[in-house]
Design a protein around this ligand. Structure first.
Ligand SMILES: [Cu+2]
Length: 94
C-alpha cells in the first residue's frame, strides 16, 4: 500500500527509506546456490532486477545471497522462478 508523502517533500529527493515507487522498501535476503563468478552475479542481478516490484538488487557472491529492495507484494514464488530460469538454485529467503 503506498504511503502518502507530505506535500512539502514531493519535489525533493525521496527519503532513503522510500524506494522509487514510494512504498516502504522491504529488503529480502535471498540465498542462492550455483553462483561462481561475476558473470553469475550479473545474471542474477538482472533476473531479479527485472521482477516487477524490485527496485534494487545487491548480490553478495561469497556470501551466496542477493539482497532485494522490493515492494511489499512481491511473492517469494516470483523470486524463486526468476532464479530458476536464470539457471541457479533458490535456497531460501531469510
Ligand atoms: Cu559465473
Amino acid at each position: 500500500m503506498p504511503i502518502p508523502v507530505p506535500w512539502s517533500f514531493r519535489n525533493e529527493e525521496p527519503w532513503p527509506w522510500y524506494n522509487s515507487d514510494r512504498r516502504i522498501p522491504v529488503v529480502k535476503k535471498v540465498f542462492i546456490e550455483g553462483m561462481s563468478c561475476g558473470h553469475c552475479a550479473a545474471r542474477i542481478e538482472k533476473a531479479l532486477g527485472n521482477l516487477d516490484g524490485v527496485s534494487k538488487v545487491k548480490v553478495n557472491l561469497t556470501g551466496k545471497f542477493a539482497e532485494l529492495d522490493t515492494a511489499k507484494d512481491l511473492s517469494n514464488e516470483a523470486v524463486l522462478a526468476a532464479i530458476d530460469s536464470a539457471g541457479y538454485q533458490f535456497v531460501k529467503i531469510g
